[in-house]
Ligand binder design. Structure first.
Ligand SMILES: *Cc1c(COP(=O)(O)O)cnc(C)c1O
Length: 410
């Protein structure tokens, strides 16, 4: 595609107007919204109000006056809209890891006679670690059937309690067929648990259409809630009464302010909350989600596919010349909103590229990863990012020793 053609794509992009709602440093091309979304401008004002007025002046009265208490369900309802769930099936709380712990235990309890958890060996490590911890807690009674993607379906049988998968692979961007895998899971009467860390806000997720049982996801990636933003969890309506909250804190109690000594879970999704919500983080996420209010998720997906298609096309000559290898599926249905390549010098190349004001990231052992967030990226950004990478490779800039030094966060 030529530069004038790319300009035309931007000129006719119905989502181009959204970029103005984000605070993006001048000259920076940010291809890491899959790791930490950029700041929606409205969040600054909201936090100023929450800190200055609500906390600073109204103090404890704000729990009622400013609806602090209802933030987890209010924010959950906004997220529900993006992931194909009902408003009362989602709540914002804790971190993705902690939510996974809670819903995995609840899901296992629904199939007490079964002792197998199926997952993808290439799943994000925290997901696998949580399953290992849960197994320890339960006396090591479970078989953790962690297998490669191409054998996940075959690994599901009638000994399986829970099939726990991340819809989009964080390294390669491979996207599972959620409907198909959930159907197979249900054929064997097992429970499905989906991690939407790289799905929510990136494309339309259809949890109920797919028949999903449980899900968790992240607030600081495509939802732009800010570093360490609250995460969310989903429990299908049909399971809410039976989903036992093993982290049985007072916020999940049906009457927290009755202060009774016996625990009794809330009737609704709130039962899977634990302690006092982090109001600053919840408020930031609440306002961040407003950028989606007038966005059609189908339209968002269309643009995401065009951006990633363009990137892959422009990268082809670099693959041929410099040895990048595409590891993201080309088939639209099988990928999320990121594009990844392997390269033996991937770490140094990414450091040099970041120094050239194109931010992507690196995942060990050799993957360079580029995330595309259609709300604030244009087609000219994609073109310019590839141009800067071309310069990094052509000049050999990446060979400078300073780009070899490994930082704590890659
Ligand atoms: C980012 C990510 C997480 C993050 O978990 P935290 O508890 O927020 O650190 C979990 N799972 C997957 C698949 C992720 O991509």
């Amino acid at each position: 595609m030529t530069q004038p053609q790319i300009q035309t794509l931007d000129a006719f992009d119905p989502l181009a107007r959204k970029r103005d709602q984000f605070s993006i440093p001048e000259g920076l091309i940010y291809l890491d919204g899959n790791s930490l979304g950029v700041l929606p401008k409205g969040v600054l004002g909201r936090l100023e109000h929450v800190v200055g007025q609500e906390w600073g002046t109204d103090l404890i009265r704000s729990w009622n006056k400013h609806g602090w208490m209802d933030l987890p369900v209010k924010v959950g309802a906004k997220i529900a809209h993006l992931i194909g769930a009902e408003a009362d099936e989602v709540v914002a709380a804790d971190s993705t890891s902690v939510n996974l712990f809670k819903v995995l235990l609840a899901a296992l309890k629904l199939r007490p006679e079964r002792k197998v958890i199926v997952s993808d060996i290439d799943n994000f490590p925290t997901d696998l670690y949580i399953a290992q911890g849960v197994n320890e807690l339960l006396g090591g009674a479970y078989e953790l059937r962690f297998v490669k993607k191409d054998t996940v379906e075959a690994a599901i049988d009638d000994s399986v309690a829970v099939v726990m998968l991340t819809e989009v692979d964080y390294r390669t961007g491979y996207r599972y067929d959620m409907r198909r895998v959930t159907e197979i899971t249900h054929q064997y009467d097992a429970i499905s648990l989906w991690d939407l860390a790289h799905s929510a806000g990136a494309f339309p997720v259809r949890l109920n259409h797919c028949g999903a049982d449980f899900a968790v996801g992240c607030g600081y990636k495509y939802l732009n809630g800010g570093p360490g933003a609250p995460a969310f969890l989903f429990v299908a309506k049909r399971h809410q009464q039976a989903a036992i909250p093993f982290l049985s804190g007072w916020m999940g109690h049906k009457a927290p302010f009755a202060f009774t000594p016996e625990y009794a879970p809330a009737e609704d999704i709130r039962r899977l909350t634990v302690g006092t919500p982090s109001v600053l983080g919840m408020s930031a996420l609440d306002t961040a989600l407003d950028v989606f209010a007038d966005v059609g998720m189908a339209q968002l997906r269309q643009k995401s596919l065009k951006l990633t298609d363009l990137f892959m096309e422009l990268m082809e000559p670099l693959c041929a010349e410099y040895g990048f290898e595409l590891v993201t599926p080309r088939e639209p249905e099988r990928r999320g909103s990121q594009v990844s390549y392997t390269h033996p010098e991937g770490y140094a190349i990414m450091q040099a590229l970041i120094d050239s004001a194109v931010i992507g990231d690196f995942r060990a052992p050799d993957i360079v990863r580029f995330g595309f967030t259609p709300l604030y990226l244009g087609f000219a950004d994609v073109y310019e990012a590839v141009e800067r990478l071309k310069t990094v490779m052509g000049t050999g800039k990446w060979k400078e020793p300073c780009f070899q030094v490994r930082e704590k966060v890659t």
